[in-house]
Design a protein around this ligand. Structure first.
Ligand code: NAD
Length: 297
């Protein structure tokens, strides 16, 4: 396949390293973000500067977007200066944000009327996975489009699966978030109990983290909790957004999610205290508050 010109929209913690990997793989790329400094940083890495979502769509054949939430996707794709105003039949959108499956299906239907297929391809793996090009990518939408653009997805990710029609990828990502938040809370409770018992918390983390309770989250977020480093890879406010999407999907399916709901409330309590821009490892602060203990080591 000749390499299409890629219009890349959303150059945040995830988008910027993903776009850089595409540039490194010799894809011609036009970059756009509503924050001009973020565009400038990509231009320094070899991208052409985009001036709006519409203009980026006009000048590219493949558009990739990764912005925060459902309303941002609606604005970027369907807005007055959105992608839909600049596309031509035969262009393709790969939408990689975590948003409501229903919103994704509506955006896909609007683009379909213009002859533009859309894949929903949300990701997991955080900024580290984005930098390393090792993201997990969960896709929904037309299977033939998925097969055609798999080589582009392989630049950004390692484990890449197609799950079915439009919206399926977003739904898988919500399942993923259920696993993540419950595991983060599990790490908090392991370390919190160890601290309360007066144990060497780092030693407990090392030992428990090498046994059956080992997890990527224990490995990556455990040390940050111990060092009280709450700088965000993934913010609590984005996590809360994801849990709102999970709750809406669960309501629709009448699916009880008791543990997820509990963690959602703990995250909400931290947001209420102005801690939403901290990383998800700051969930430990909610437990510290409940237990009147300090986790450090
Ligand atoms: P971020 O806030 O760091 O970046 C989002 C970027 O989108 C920002 O630079 C913002 O200016 C830009 N943006 C917003 N609206 C726009 C618009 N209309 N047009 C152009 N640009 C626009 O967020 P992030 O951490 O990179 O996350 C992006 C998405 O990926 C979210 O849906 C998030 O849930 C998901 N995600 C994040 C992580 C993570 O660890 N950070 C992991 C997996 C998935």
């Amino acid at each position: 396949m000749t390499k299409p010109v890629i219009g890349f929209i959303g150059l945040g913690r995830m988008g910027a390293p993903m776009a850089k990997n595409l540039l490194a793989a010799d894809h011609p790329l036009i970059a756009y973000d509503i924050v001009p400094d973020k565009v400038e940083a990509l231009v320094e890495a070899g991208a052409k500067a985009g001036s709006s979502c519409r203009q980026v769509a006009r000048e590219s054949q493949l558009i990739i977007s990764i912005v925060p939430d459902s309303p941002d996707v609606e604005e970027a794709i369907l807005g007055a200066e959105g992608v839909i105003q600049g596309v031509s039949a035969g262009d393709v959108l790969i939408e990689m944000s975590t948003i409501a499956p229903g919103v994704g299906r509506r955006v896909a239907a609007a683009l379909d009327e213009k002859g533009v297929p859309m894949l929903d391809c949300p990701v997991s793996g955080g900024p580290q996975g984005a930098e390393a090009g090792t993201l997990s990518i969960m896709s929904g939408g037309p299977e033939e489009t998925f097969q055609q653009y798999l080589p582009v997805l392989q630049v950004m990710g390692e484990r890449i699966e197609h799950f079915g029609p439009s919206g399926s990828g977003y739904m898988v990502k919500l399942c993923n978030q259920v696993g993540c938040v419950i595991t983060i809370q599990a790490v908090c409770e392991v370390l919190g109990l160890a601290a309360k018992a007066g144990l060497d918390v780092r030693k407990v983390w090392q030992t428990v983290g090498s046994g059956l309770a080992a997890s990527r989250i224990m490995e990556l977020l455990g040390p940050k909790m111990l060092e009280r480093d709450y700088a965000p890879g993934f913010t609590l406010s984005l996590q809360e957004k994801d849990l709102r999407l999970v709750a809406a999907a669960a309501d629709e399916l009448e699916m009880p999610l008791p543990a997820t709901t509990l963690v959602h409330q703990l995250i909400r309590s931290l947001s209420a205290k102005g801690k939403g821009e901290l990383g998800t490892q700051a969930l430990i602060l909610a437990l510290e508050d409940l237990a009147n203990c300090k986790v450090e080591g």
